[in-house]
Design a binder for this molecule. Structure first.
Ligand code: G1P
Length: 286
């Protein structure tokens, strides 16, 4: 199963980052010197996709301005390497937008992509999950979807105390194809630890068929009273084989302040211009 389009839901209110997110989208919070959503766009391109739909909402216009030319800045700072890098990215990526008028949940946000996706398979990247890996997380998932000819979700084993924050899969017993690949029998959104079918949590990357939209339409509000993508995926599992792939690499949950701080450090440590300085800084602070 191949996918040539990517969808990024970015309509969330970012309440965990108030007051930083009162007047700017949380997806624009910087990780070192790039907005978080910029890394997502880089991952999309590095995974071979050039069509990106961002699902936005009220107060998200800064995202559109970021992925647009700024003739003024280009004239003022001619030859600036960071601007040139951004320009290169824009030359390789077509970015589209659709607005989610009402905050009805992740499943509802994905449903807003139906017209654009138009009967094709597509990838979903949640911008709260940033990956630092040799092979981009999405590329790993796309390769698995193609090889298995099936929808796939990225998973990772999480600590017991974190299970309630995630969509958790029930892997089919004996359904493992090889190390790190599981056939998904069922899924549950944000279960209590006692009820969780495993500790394998869905972590922000999906490759989906267009039939998910029918399941989303039929999905009633679930956890937190929202329309959950997990519940539509659960229906998809009953219809055809769905797999979970443990992606390789470092993952940062930047949906909460400590995770964002961790990402700042992780991304800075691998930068040629900053790594040594950050190591030194951390040593001196401790
Ligand atoms: C969403 C999904 C959940 C997934 C998580 C991390 O939850 O609903 O299934 O495990 O992202 O990718 P959220 O963090 O938006 O509450």
């Amino acid at each position: 199963m191949r996918a040539n389009k990517a969808v990024v839901p970015a309509a969330g209110l970012g309440t965990r980052f108030l007051p930083a997110t009162k007047a700017q989208p949380k997806e624009m919070l910087p990780v070192v010197d790039k907005p978080a959503i910029h890394y997502i766009a880089e991952e999309v391109i590095a995974s071979g996709i050039d069509d990106l739909l961002i699902v936005t909402g009220r107060g998200k216009r800064a995202i559109e301005d970021h992925f647009d030319r700024s003739i003024e800045l280009e004239q003022l700072l001619e030859g600036n390497p960071s601007l040139r890098e951004l320009q290169d990215l824009l030359d390789r990526l077509q970015v589209f937008y659709v607005r989610q008028g009402r905050p009805l949940g992740l499943g509802h946000a994905i449903a807003c992509a139906e017209r654009h996706v138009d009967q094709e398979n597509f990838a979903v990247l949640l911008p709260d999950d940033l990956y630092l890996s040799d092979e981009p997380a999405l590329a790993q998932l796309l390769a698995a979807a193609e090889e298995l000819d099936a929808p796939v979700v990225a998973v990772r084993e999480v600590q017991p105390q974190d299970v309630h924050r995630y969509g958790i899969i029930a892997p089919l017993p004996e359904g493992g194809l090889r190390e790190g690949v599981h056939r998904v029998e069922d899924m549950v959104e944000k279960p209590d630890l006692e009820k969780a079918p495993s500790r394998l949590a869905v972590v922000g990357r999906y490759v989906l068929p267009p039939s998910i939209f029918g399941h989303l339409r039929a999905t009633q509000p679930g956890a937190k009273g929202e329309i959950q993508l997990t519940d539509a995926l659960r229906a998809l599992c009953k219809e055809r084989p769905v797999y979970a792939v443990e992606v390789r690499g470092e993952r940062y949950d930047i949906g909460e302040p400590l995770g964002l701080l961790q990402a700042q450090i992780g991304f800075a440590l691998v930068r040629a211009d900053l790594g040594d300085g950050v190591r030194e800084l951390l040593r001196s602070m401790l």
